[in-house]
Design a protein around this ligand. Structure first.
Ligand code: RTP
Ligand code: MG
Length: 141
Protein backbone atom coordinates (compact mmCIF):
# COMPACT_ATOMS: atom_id res chain seq x y z
CA UNK A 1 0.00 0.00 0.00
CA UNK A 2 1.22 3.49 -0.82
CA UNK A 3 2.27 6.19 1.61
CA UNK A 4 -0.58 8.67 1.93
CA UNK A 5 -1.42 11.86 3.77
CA UNK A 6 -4.73 12.59 5.44
CA UNK A 7 -6.22 15.51 7.34
CA UNK A 8 -7.18 14.91 10.96
CA UNK A 9 -9.03 17.32 13.24
CA UNK A 10 -9.31 16.87 17.00
CA UNK A 11 -12.71 18.52 17.50
CA UNK A 12 -13.70 21.02 20.26
CA UNK A 13 -15.23 18.35 22.54
CA UNK A 14 -12.01 16.30 22.67
CA UNK A 15 -9.84 19.40 23.13
CA UNK A 16 -12.12 20.47 26.02
CA UNK A 17 -11.68 17.00 27.58
CA UNK A 18 -7.88 17.41 27.51
CA UNK A 19 -7.63 14.36 25.25
CA UNK A 20 -5.29 15.82 22.59
CA UNK A 21 -2.30 13.78 23.74
CA UNK A 22 -4.18 10.50 24.10
CA UNK A 23 -5.64 10.86 20.60
CA UNK A 24 -2.33 11.73 18.96
CA UNK A 25 -0.71 8.79 20.79
CA UNK A 26 -3.19 6.46 19.06
CA UNK A 27 -2.16 7.79 15.65
CA UNK A 28 1.52 7.41 16.45
CA UNK A 29 1.12 3.91 17.94
CA UNK A 30 -0.66 2.87 14.73
CA UNK A 31 2.34 3.99 12.67
CA UNK A 32 1.02 7.35 11.47
CA UNK A 33 3.39 10.33 11.64
CA UNK A 34 2.31 13.90 12.36
CA UNK A 35 3.89 15.97 9.55
CA UNK A 36 1.96 19.21 10.23
CA UNK A 37 -0.08 20.48 13.19
CA UNK A 38 -1.72 23.61 14.58
CA UNK A 39 -4.39 24.70 17.05
CA UNK A 40 -7.02 27.07 15.68
CA UNK A 41 -10.39 28.48 16.73
CA UNK A 42 -12.34 28.22 13.47
CA UNK A 43 -14.53 31.07 12.21
CA UNK A 44 -18.02 30.27 10.89
CA UNK A 45 -16.74 30.94 7.39
CA UNK A 46 -13.75 28.60 7.73
CA UNK A 47 -15.80 25.78 9.31
CA UNK A 48 -18.63 26.19 6.78
CA UNK A 49 -16.20 26.08 3.88
CA UNK A 50 -14.55 22.99 5.28
CA UNK A 51 -17.88 21.13 5.51
CA UNK A 52 -19.29 22.68 2.28
CA UNK A 53 -20.30 19.20 1.00
CA UNK A 54 -22.91 19.11 3.82
CA UNK A 55 -24.29 22.63 3.22
CA UNK A 56 -27.81 21.45 2.32
CA UNK A 57 -28.02 18.84 5.10
CA UNK A 58 -30.33 19.48 8.08
CA UNK A 59 -27.43 19.15 10.54
CA UNK A 60 -25.17 21.72 8.80
CA UNK A 61 -25.96 24.68 11.12
CA UNK A 62 -25.39 22.59 14.25
CA UNK A 63 -22.18 21.15 12.76
CA UNK A 64 -20.75 24.62 12.09
CA UNK A 65 -21.92 25.81 15.53
CA UNK A 66 -20.15 22.90 17.18
CA UNK A 67 -16.94 23.22 15.15
CA UNK A 68 -16.69 26.91 16.10
CA UNK A 69 -17.52 26.34 19.80
CA UNK A 70 -13.88 26.05 20.86
CA UNK A 71 -10.38 25.46 19.54
CA UNK A 72 -9.48 22.43 17.43
CA UNK A 73 -6.17 20.76 16.61
CA UNK A 74 -5.64 20.25 12.88
CA UNK A 75 -2.99 17.80 11.71
CA UNK A 76 -1.64 16.12 8.61
CA UNK A 77 -0.96 12.43 9.25
CA UNK A 78 1.33 10.46 6.96
CA UNK A 79 1.77 6.71 6.58
CA UNK A 80 0.91 3.54 4.70
CA UNK A 81 -2.78 3.71 3.78
CA UNK A 82 -3.13 6.72 6.12
CA UNK A 83 -6.64 7.66 4.97
CA UNK A 84 -8.30 4.31 5.74
CA UNK A 85 -6.10 3.68 8.76
CA UNK A 86 -7.20 6.96 10.34
CA UNK A 87 -10.88 6.22 9.60
CA UNK A 88 -10.45 2.79 11.25
CA UNK A 89 -8.87 4.36 14.33
CA UNK A 90 -11.71 6.94 14.51
CA UNK A 91 -14.63 4.49 14.35
CA UNK A 92 -18.16 5.13 13.07
CA UNK A 93 -19.56 8.69 12.80
CA UNK A 94 -22.10 7.89 15.55
CA UNK A 95 -20.08 6.99 18.68
CA UNK A 96 -22.93 4.70 19.78
CA UNK A 97 -22.17 2.57 16.71
CA UNK A 98 -18.38 2.88 16.88
CA UNK A 99 -16.40 -0.32 17.49
CA UNK A 100 -14.91 -0.76 20.98
CA UNK A 101 -11.41 0.67 21.25
CA UNK A 102 -11.92 3.30 18.55
CA UNK A 103 -11.40 6.99 19.30
CA UNK A 104 -15.08 7.85 18.94
CA UNK A 105 -16.15 4.93 21.14
CA UNK A 106 -13.71 5.98 23.85
CA UNK A 107 -13.89 9.80 23.72
CA UNK A 108 -17.31 10.76 22.30
CA UNK A 109 -20.96 10.32 23.28
CA UNK A 110 -22.99 11.94 20.51
CA UNK A 111 -23.01 12.12 16.71
CA UNK A 112 -22.77 15.93 16.90
CA UNK A 113 -19.73 16.02 19.16
CA UNK A 114 -17.74 13.05 17.95
CA UNK A 115 -14.14 13.91 18.89
CA UNK A 116 -12.38 13.67 15.53
CA UNK A 117 -12.56 14.29 11.80
CA UNK A 118 -10.66 12.35 9.15
CA UNK A 119 -10.55 12.74 5.36
CA UNK A 120 -12.71 10.10 3.66
CA UNK A 121 -10.91 9.75 0.26
CA UNK A 122 -7.69 10.76 -1.49
CA UNK A 123 -9.57 13.64 -3.17
CA UNK A 124 -10.93 14.91 0.17
CA UNK A 125 -7.50 14.55 1.77
CA UNK A 126 -5.88 16.69 -0.91
CA UNK A 127 -8.55 19.41 -0.67
CA UNK A 128 -8.64 19.40 3.14
CA UNK A 129 -4.86 19.47 3.61
CA UNK A 130 -4.49 22.48 1.30
CA UNK A 131 -7.51 24.11 3.03
CA UNK A 132 -5.47 24.33 6.25
CA UNK A 133 -1.79 24.09 5.35
CA UNK A 134 0.60 25.64 2.86
CA UNK A 135 3.36 23.43 1.49
CA UNK A 136 5.88 25.26 3.67
CA UNK A 137 3.94 24.18 6.81
CA UNK A 138 4.23 20.44 6.07
CA UNK A 139 7.41 18.75 7.27
CA UNK A 140 8.22 15.46 5.50
CA UNK A 141 9.93 13.00 7.90
P1 RTP B 1 -16.19 13.90 9.70
O1 RTP B 1 -16.41 14.44 8.29
O2 RTP B 1 -16.37 14.95 10.76
O3 RTP B 1 -14.89 13.16 9.81
O4 RTP B 1 -17.30 12.80 10.00
P2 RTP B 1 -17.76 11.62 9.07
O5 RTP B 1 -17.00 11.63 7.77
O6 RTP B 1 -17.71 10.37 9.88
O7 RTP B 1 -19.28 11.99 8.82
P3 RTP B 1 -19.91 12.98 7.71
O8 RTP B 1 -21.01 12.24 7.04
O9 RTP B 1 -18.84 13.59 6.85
O10 RTP B 1 -20.57 14.11 8.61
C1 RTP B 1 -19.82 15.19 9.12
C2 RTP B 1 -20.24 15.46 10.54
O11 RTP B 1 -21.58 15.90 10.56
C3 RTP B 1 -22.24 15.39 11.71
N1 RTP B 1 -23.39 14.59 11.31
N2 RTP B 1 -24.53 14.64 11.93
N3 RTP B 1 -27.21 14.22 12.71
C4 RTP B 1 -26.72 13.54 11.69
O12 RTP B 1 -27.37 12.73 11.09
C5 RTP B 1 -25.33 13.78 11.31
N4 RTP B 1 -24.71 13.18 10.32
C6 RTP B 1 -23.46 13.72 10.32
C7 RTP B 1 -21.26 14.52 12.47
O13 RTP B 1 -20.74 15.29 13.54
C8 RTP B 1 -20.20 14.21 11.44
O14 RTP B 1 -18.94 14.01 12.04
MG1 MG C 1 -16.82 13.35 6.59
Amino acid sequence: MATERTLSIIKPDAVAKNAIGEIIARFEKAGLKVVAAKMVHLSEEKAGGFYAEHKERPFFKDLVGFMTSGPVVVQVLEGEGAIAKNRDLMGATNPKEAAPGTIRADFAETIDANAVHGSDSPESAEREISYFFGNDEICPR
